[in-house]
Write a protein that binds this ligand. Structure first.
Ligand SMILES: Nc1ncnc2c1ncn2[C@@H]1O[C@H](COP(=O)(O)OP(=O)(O)OP(=O)(O)O)[C@@H](O)[C@H]1O
Ligand SMILES: [Mg+2]
Length: 357
């Protein structure tokens, strides 16, 4: 069991890690967010060595040299490539520590709620390899809620919808506990994929991630645009000839693609809200839903959801940092941390149950 006395010693060596599909965000107590980089590694295909991490790897994306391949070791919030996730985490932790105290670190990490025991253990092992002395894990939905300003003492329920790159996590929180949650391995990146598929199939152009991300963040809208004829020139590779090519696309063409994905997310929220107990439903009826995660930054998504579920919808301050802000707050309240976090032992114990049964 975790000793409160050992937690009291936490001063500046406490770290919060939000290991996401798209980005890894690290905050250090007393210093705020110290690292925010894409969860990517660049691999030399000949030697299998990692040649770059994070932002540096991202800068190579789509224009890799012949023998370099940029990969995301986490897919859909899950550790898809364990060895590389471990190395990436170790690199980020080391980078986050630079300039600060380099003594044994305690860290709290977030975990999406439907992570399997195997995945939980993989993350613990990754953290151990990153030379973190003591690792706590807590549900991402709870961390996002605290980060968005939900108080752990609040008896009434709040609903948090975290739209990440690869996952949408819906959590209902009351009295500092998750009373209900659903998680779907489907997030904002589905918009990028859908745009790329449309351009390839219907416009004969293959485009890279940089292009779809630009279209999503600067050109797309969740509402039928006023000027549906507004055009933008997109460049890439012609599917037929293989040559460099360009097409003009309109905002009216992109709109239904984006709306289709956002509708699927909104439907999931709506469905989850039908699964609540009456008192919880009553609280949510009054308070509505708080959006967190990078997906909340999509133009008009709050309005869309508001009209879809007919409830108030707000966006947390700095929605991408809600989870890490919630995690770092845990070090101010050791009792709460103890109550809401898992340690390695509890994961091992839970994992044994199926074998004993
Ligand atoms: N301004 C913006 N407009 C629209 N989408 C955005 C914007 N900024 C970021 N995003 C999207 O947000 C997503 C990343 O969100 P976030 O950083 O919360 O994901 P993550 O935590 O790494 O992923 P996950 O929680 O699924 O593991 C990406 O799909 C990105 O394209
Ligand atoms: Mg996330």
């Amino acid at each position: 069991m975790l000793k409160i006395s050992s937690l009291k010693k936490l001063v500046t060596d406490s770290m919060a890690i939000d290991l996401g599909t798209a980005s890894t965000i690290i905050a250090v107590k007393g210093r705020g967010v110290v690292l925010d980089e894409p969860s990517l590694v660049a691999i030399n295909e000949m030697s299998e060595e990692i040649v770059a991490f994070g932002q540096e790897a991202f800068d190579m994306t789509g224009r890799e040299s012949r023998d370099v391949n940029v990969k995301a070791p986490l897919i859909g919030g899950v550790v898809a490539d364990f060895e590389r996730t471990k190395k990436m985490l170790a690199h980020f932790v080391k980078k986050a520590k630079s300039g600060g105290p380099n003594i044994t670190i305690r860290a709290v990490m977030s975990l999406v709620s439907d992570v399997t025991h195997v995945e939980q253990r993989a993350l613990f092992n990754a953290a151990e390899d990153a030379h973190i002395g003591k690792v706590f894990m807590m549900e991402e939905g709870l961390a996002a809620a605290f980060g968005a300003g939900v108080l752990p003492t609040d008896k009434r329920a709040s609903a948090i919808v975290d739209i990440g790159a690869g996952t949408t996590n819906i959590a209902i929180i009351a009295k500092g506990s998750v009373v209900h949650s659903t998680s779907e391995r489907y997030g904002s990146n589905a918009i990028n994929e859908s745009i790329a598929t449309h351009l390839r199939r219907h416009r004969g152009l293959q485009v890279g991630e940089e292009t779809t991300e630009m279209l999503k963040t600067q050109f797309a809208s969740t509402f039928l645009p006023e000027d549906i004829a507004k055009t933008i020139e997109i460049r890439g590779r012609d599917v037929q000839t293989g040559s460099p090519g360009a097409v003009e696309i309109t905002s009216g063409e992109i709109y239904p693609i984006v709306e289709g994905i956002v509708r699927r997310i909104a439907l999931r929220v709506k469905d989850t809200l039908t699964e609540l107990q009456p008192e919880v439903a009553a609280d949510i009826y009054d308070r509505g839903v708080i959006l967190t995660g990078g997906g909340a930054l999509l133009e008009g998504i709050d309005q869309y959801l508001r009209s879809f579920i007919n409830l108030p919808v707000s966006i947390a301050d700095e929605p991408r940092y809600a989870t890490v802000h919630g995690l770092i707050k845990m070090f101010d309240d050791p009792d709460l941390l103890e109550r809401v976090s898992f340690n390695e032992l509890s994961i091992l114990q839970n994992a044994e149950i199926p074998f004993e049964a």
